[in-house]
Design a protein around this ligand. Sequence first.
Ligand SMILES: [Fe+2]
Length: 354
Amino acid sequence: MIFRELNHGKCKAYLAISEATRKAAIIDPLRDKVERYLAVLAYHGLRLDLIIDTHTHADHRSGAMELGALADAPVAMHRLAPAPHVGIHVEDDQALKVGDEELRILHTPGHTPDSISVLAKDRVFTGDVLFIHGTGRADFAGGDAGAQYDSITRKLFTLPDTTLVFPAHDYRGHTQSTIRDEKSSNPRLAGKTRDDYINLMNNLGLPLPDGIQESLQPNESDLDAGTLKFPTLAQLNQVRQLSAAELRDRIASSNPPMLIDVREEEEYRGELGHIAGARLIPLKELPERTEELANLKTRDIVAICRVGVRSATAAAILTGLGFEHVWNLKGGMLEWKEARLPVGEESESLRCRA
Ligand SMILES: [Fe+2]
């Protein structure tokens, strides 16, 4: 397998090539470099077989969906990734083929819940979980410093010491490291207990990254700010949450809420299914379709999506438009399914028969 770094900047994207088949994968493509990637692929006579985003990025627009559409290649992300149009939802230890070569996925949450690392031959692409002599932040977008410590020490640091480390960012001009170097001299990790690490990460006192408003929600929803006026983080933080069990009970009550599923139609009819009676209004159509909901302003409304991220955006938008009783299904249909609650026609049985 041949590897190349494609951006030569602070945000890293990597090309992995199967020499025998001339098939390739791109890891963490940037939106504003998609044309350059297509040119590189064409110049080298490569067919793009796979695109991987190591996580939902907050500091730049991902090029994964656009590159996938232009090159007709599937996008792989962890199953907890909120974005629609992810063709392959991966889990820990899953293998992905690139021609005759194999990439292995490690679920390494902490920077975000959907963070993965990609193991390929002698190297590991660590996304924003482990940097060269640093680690990615764990203080927004579902970050969890304890989970990050565990991902690094129990998964990445159990790889062979000689494994090369390639992160998704570097701000100091480094290009690669090794697991041995990071174990022995990463200042955030060497000699630190889990509690030390959590303390350190929770007290970094850093401002939110530049452009988080322009990147995070668009990447979570695969929509641009031109399509949707995204709520502010403060508005998002005010969204009321319902667990799957709480929603089940409310559906069974004598005053069930109106359910609005904001996924794309193929997701609504896809593998996770939907709750009976949930009205499908894809997030991108919500602003122009609120008139349909005009007589529901005082009704209880629960917004639903895959993992509860796009629906939080929808709930904040509806609240901003004067809907008074809006909730978000926390964890989305993924959590609903994990709680073994019924979908489709079976979920009719939840409703109160009184
Ligand atoms: Fe990131």
